[in-house]
Design a protein around this ligand. Structure first.
Ligand code: 5GP
Length: 121
């Protein structure tokens, strides 16, 4: 799978589509999810063209990986998730249910989130 530069998060990074921005630095952009799944639901994305967590882990530079990881902590603190606890999720590929093919981490919280994965019937 190659990176699709026309995915929605690439368009947000280029400023072609607006977002409710939370944080930005050389490595990442963070913004509110358009359809929040919890009282607080932020997305953190790298600025580089990585389609998912797997591509990021293999291809990103060490500076990008450190910058991204540090940003996760900054954003979690910024939106008030640290004290009560929270969940970070990265859906990867078809089985992971990934919809947007640009690596992103969901930061969710603001209340109890229940089970990590819903039980199958
Ligand atoms: P995925 O299923 O790929 O892990 O999650 C994609 C997330 O992106 C979803 O939670 C969805 O609500 C969010 N999303 C999709 N399009 C947009 C958009 O245009 N703006 C924002 N802020 N979030 C989006």
């Amino acid at each position: 799978m190659t990176y699709d530069p026309n995915n929605i998060f690439a368009k947000i990074l280029r400023g072609e589509i607006p977002c409710k921005s939370l944080y930005e630095d050389d490595f990442v952009l963070a913004f509110h999810d358009i359809q929040p799944q919890a009282p607080i639901h932020a997305l953190v994305i790298p600025k580089g063209p990585y389609q998912n967590q797997d591509a990021f882990a293999v291809q990103a530079t060490e500076a990008e990986i450190v910058g991204f990881t540090r940003a996760l902590g900054k954003v979690a603190a910024m939106v008030g998730l640290v004290e009560g606890g929270y969940r970070s999720i990265s859906n990867c590929g078809a089985n992971g249910g990934q919809e947007v093919p640009h690596y992103h981490v969901h930061l969710l919280g603001g209340g109890s989130l229940g089970r990590m994965v819903s039980k199958k019937d």
